[in-house]
Write a protein that binds this ligand. Sequence first.
Ligand code: AMP
Length: 215
Amino acid sequence: MRLLIMGAPGAGKGTQAALIKDAYNISHISTGDMFRKAIKEQTATGIEAKKFIDKGQLVPDYVTNNLVRERLAEADCAKGFLLDGYPRNVEQAVELDKILAELNIKLDAVINITVDDKILIDRITGRRTCTKCGASYHVVANKPKQEGICDVCGSELIQRADDTEETIKSRLEVYYGKTEPVLSHYEKQGLVKNVYGMASIDEIFANIKKVLGEF
Ligand code: AMP
């Protein structure tokens, strides 16, 4: 299965992506996670990306598109993949169409998680993320078993540097200005499956499985 997951920052994409990847045995490709890894390892891509990520802006398309092009050509993606956080603007969506055509493959569905604006800021400021595996928690709604420690791998949980109220405002502006129009691109291709995201993690996941049921 070849999927995209979309939704505003804080909609719960990462949490659902982790469940989808296990249930369908596909590779989870998160451009945000790839950039955070590159920043930690201080690669040239990481150093370039950090300048934009810290301001809540998009990393330039030539950097991001190349990263995704190389990743999708890796062997594990042949069994299927879930792209999370890409494409973030219409230009990237057009580029992804080209990458997929080069690989002679097509997307099966675009899952769009819908959430009311007003709860996004709370979800993002309350988010805690694992420094090692990227698993995501919330200080009230989705606590780890032991405070500050990841249930999955036992590593430390932190607040992402770009999960501050200041940065969130520009991330939401970027989302509504540039990323939301990507949905129309995929609506024209008949691929969008909307899933209501103001429910429990399990309920949202059950609905995702329902909309993907035909596969
Ligand atoms: P995320 O973890 O998906 O929220 O991404 C964190 C940050 O990484 C974003 O705010 C952007 O600065 C950058 N980023 C992630 N994916 C992309 C993308 N497809 N295009 C440009 N920048 C991206």
